[in-house]
Design a binder for this molecule. Sequence first.
Ligand SMILES: Nc1ncnc2c1ncn2[C@@H]1O[C@H](COP(=O)(O)OP(=O)(O)OP(=O)(O)O)[C@@H](O)[C@H]1O
Length: 604
Amino acid sequence: MTADELDPLPGAWRSLGRSLRMGWRSSPAMIATAFCTEVLSAVPDAMFAWGLTAFATAVIAHSGTQIAAGCGLLAAMAAGNWLLETVSSRVNQRFADRAAVVVESHIAELQAGVATIEHHERPAQLDRISVLRDHASALSDLYRHLFTLIGVLLRAAITLGLLASVNPLLLLLGLFPLPTLLVSGRRAAAEKRVEEAGARHDRLARHLFLLATSATAGKELRVARTGPLVRRLRHRAWEQGHRPLARARWVSTAWQAGAQALFAAAFIAALAYTAAHAANRTAAVLLVLAAGSRLSGYIGQTMTQLHFFRTIWLDCSRKLAWLEDYAAKHRAEAEWSAPERLAEGIRLDAVTFAYPGTDRPVLDGIDLLLPAGAVVAVVGENGAGKSSLVKLLCGLYPPTSGRITLDGQDLARTDPVSWRRRVTGTFQDFFAFEFRLRTSVGIGDLPRADDPEAVGTALERAGADDIARALPDGAETRLGAGWPQGVDLSHGQWQRVALARGFMREQPLLTVLDEPTSAVDAETEHALFDRYAVLARSGTRSGTGGVTLLVSHRFSTVRAADLILVLNGARVTEFGTHDQLIALGGHYAQLYGIQAEAYRTGLR
Ligand SMILES: Nc1ncnc2c1ncn2[C@@H]1O[C@H](COP(=O)(O)OP(=O)(O)OP(=O)(O)O)[C@@H](O)[C@H]1O
């Protein structure tokens, strides 16, 4: 599948219905109140033109009682309108705040619920998700703007009724806003298309902004003096995204100005007609003047609402519905739970894998059995496909072809959540969770995240108990220098914390250690791995037949594994014990020899 082959977005109205249902479930009482107050407030607001006319007529007639009555009427209308609009806007705001949390959590859950991480790496999907994430808060405003739109349309209908009371022909004035609305709808769609086409540049501009302002990139940018270059690139990306959008907006403005000029001409004609033909000329002209000018205001508001409706709410609803469908599709394929234990092991049958959006296989026709209970080391040059193999076994990507089976059970049809519960380990690009040390380790096994004993054991297994001892508040110390009383760790210490997190689970079926100690010195790594291998072979971790996969470039560690797998050019070229591979005299024996020689020379 290429990067641009994406499922089409679901239908607009069906998606809108789904978003509205989600909002409704989060607070039906608030939505009902907001709707009633918004709709009720439309009546005094639209009737204000009539009140104004009555008042002006009374002034012209010099009638004291009528002037007083007109004043009272206008005051009552203004107060009623203000009160209802205030209540409506407060309720709407409270609802929007609550809905924002619901919508954002929903999007985060959907993304996390997708078993694979393909959607994080396919540019076209990323663009969709990035637009959705940017406008997530807008979705929570959906009801508010929908009610405003209904309120404005109601105001426009009442206003047309007032105009018809002067002369039914004035109802024709209601036709002239149609070109404005048509233009507004069409242009909104055109602008949306341009915005989508530029989403990639926008994402790049944001990425470069984060790069220019983040502490991690700061060091390199200063040393290499690449700050000005990043700023230039960011500016260029922004221009590439926004120049076509600005052009599209100018075109929209020109069309809208034309359509509004048409309405203005019709309004002036209506005024002239009323002045020439109405029976009660003064009152009629005043009413047409007041109602007509308000009608033009309502058209402007309808246009704004429709524009946002088309560009944001309808579109976001469709993207949200797409993400919901995508997450459901990737969940629905599971038929079984992960097995309780492994008797045979994890088998790869003719597994080939190319990253989404690419054609080049990074793993090609892999046939392999990782036996239950074994510690298997994976070696190979940079880019040989070691981490890709790890990601496939964790179920983060499905193989492009071939199968991975767990005691014969297809991983692709195994419930990913149940499989993840039985997978643990540390990745090469581990994440530094800036929580308290205890939490940062404990989240490796959520049900026991607050168990100090479990965290203590995991720290010991990772040889990171010395880190906890050296910190001012032990395992309760906040990690990360950016937080009050936060303490930063060295890269190697962060890595050991990540390793401890990977050692939290007691009965994993798969433990992946992808260069888990690359920032730790060779001696410590060796000691650590020796300890780990003893543990893995003892009943505690291997009682369930769990497989351990260790990726390392250090052959002193690798040789301690039960089996060694050599990857070369996307294929498995050698697989066996250390002694077997040395006897084979192939790639492994050669690399082992080079490292052993280097160590000997270094020690001499
Ligand atoms: N997300 C990705 N999208 C596209 N290609 C990728 C992605 N990640 C890795 N690759 C490519 O897949 C190939 C194998 O990468 P992988 O990370 O599996 O190698 P590795 O053996 O772990 O290397 P190293 O020893 O440097 O960690 C590389 O050519 C790399 O460019």
